[in-house]
Design a protein around this ligand. Structure first.
Ligand SMILES: Nc1ncnc2c1ncn2[C@@H]1O[C@H](COP(=O)(O)OP(=O)(O)OP(=O)(O)O)[C@@H](O)[C@H]1O
Ligand code: SF4
Ligand SMILES: [Mg+2]
Length: 334
């Protein structure tokens, strides 16, 4: 059995649209051990959600995995069918979406929705499921659980709905919780409370978390490891300290430069780096960051850099780290 709970290697995934092939993931590799928190950061369209959903076997039509391997908890996810995936989803991996209103069903009570999840994945009776639902609501900090079970989503505040979503996600004690921008629809104080709750639950239940976010403050304070994505590729991966104190990809450095005061307590959002994101219908042959990179060299435009290992954990795909290789490839011409 692999030492990793999640091990994605060289994943390629495209959407075959009428306009052409959108190469959403171009060689994504990342891993995560049991109980760890991984942050995935990167600008809009870089492939964060598509990576996370593919791990759950939830690639939307017309998307298709076209290469690489996805391992989770001993399962070869890329080779499983929908019936097998349905069992893993909810029981071993759960997902919390950005906006709970789109994932909670407005016509069913909170109790119905939590119990449904429990009944689907366990052998509990209806009565036992209701008891478990009350325990779960208490676990996520919702008081008067008996009363809340009878309420409908619209009767709860945004923060409360997000807590219910977390309760549903935890119903079967998954090994991995994926949170896709779980707090952006909430105001700042509630955001902080939800993140604190997630960390508390992680301590109590020991599950691993993948946290997808635009907020570098969140990744700095919560994550053990960080994957920086750009144009469908993990351009740098490392511990939180590696990424914040020893960034080695020019895009990561740009991200860090774009937040003026990391040491301040206030939340800082990523400010876009100058230039436009890559057109994923026609991704460039070389480094996708080249048109926006101040250090771009000729080789960067022609050829995608391989990963350079900077430690056992830390790796990055930038030609600046491969001076010998590019000098060879260029015959000494930078
Ligand atoms: N159903 C789809 N059809 C066609 N292209 C898609 C589809 N879903 C995603 N894509 C494309 O895949 C790429 C990655 O999208 P993804 O949703 O993973 O980005 P993201 O990093 O999560 O961005 P955001 O921060 O905006 O949520 C984008 O270029 C997007 O246009
Ligand atoms: S490979 Fe070249 S273009 Fe890409 S980040 Fe490194 S220096 Fe910049
Ligand atoms: Mg997304």
């Amino acid at each position: 059995m692999s030492e990793y709970l999640v091990n994605i290697k060289n994943e390629r995934l495209s959407f075959f649209t009428p306009a052409g092939e959108v190469k959403a993931l171009n060689d994504v590799s990342l891993h995560l051990k049991e109980g760890e928190v991984l942050g995935i950061v990167g600008e809009s369209g870089s492939g964060k959600s598509v990576t996370a959903y593919s791990l759950m076997g939830l690639t939307a039509y017309p998307g298709r995995l076209i290469g690489g391997s996805i391992e989770f908890n001993g399962h070869q996810i890329d080779q499983m069918n929908e019936a097998q995936m349905r069992k893993i989803r909810g029981e071993e991996i759960s997902l919390i979406f950005q906006d709970p209103m789109t994932s909670l069903n407005p016509v069913y009570t909170i109790g119905n929705q939590i119990c449904e999840m429990i009944l689907l994945h366990t052998k509990k009776t209806k009565q036992e499921a209701r008891e478990r639902a009350k325990e779960l609501l208490t676990l996520v900090g919702i008081n008067e659980p008996e009363k809340r079970l009878k309420q409908y989503p619209h009767e709860l505040s945004g923060g409360m709905r997000q807590r219910v979503m977390i309760a549903i996600a935890l119903a079967c004690e998954p090994k991995l919780l994926i949170a896709d921008e779980p707090t952006t629809a909430l105001d700042v104080t509630i955001q902080a409370q939800i993140l604190e709750l997630m960390m508390e639950l992680k301590q109590k239940l020991g599950m691993a978390i993948i946290m997808i976010t635009h907020d570098l403050g969140v990744v700095a304070s919560m994550c053990d490891k960080i994957a920086v994505m750009y144009a469908g590729k993990v351009v740098e991966y490392g511990t939180t300290d590696d990424i914040f104190y020893r960034p080695s990809h020019e895009y990561t450095k740009g991200l860090l430069r774009s937040i003026p005061r990391l040491d301040e307590k206030e939340k800082t959002r990523l400010v876009p780096i100058e230039g436009s994101p890559v057109d994923m219908l026609n991704p460039p042959a070389g480094c996708p960051f080249a048109p926006r990179c101040d250090s771009c060299m000729k080789i960067c435009l022609k050829q995608m850099p391989e990963y350079t290992d900077l430690s056992d954990i830390h790796y990055s795909a930038c030609w600046l780290l491969q001076k010998e290789e590019f000098l060879k490839a260029q015959g000494g011409d930078k």
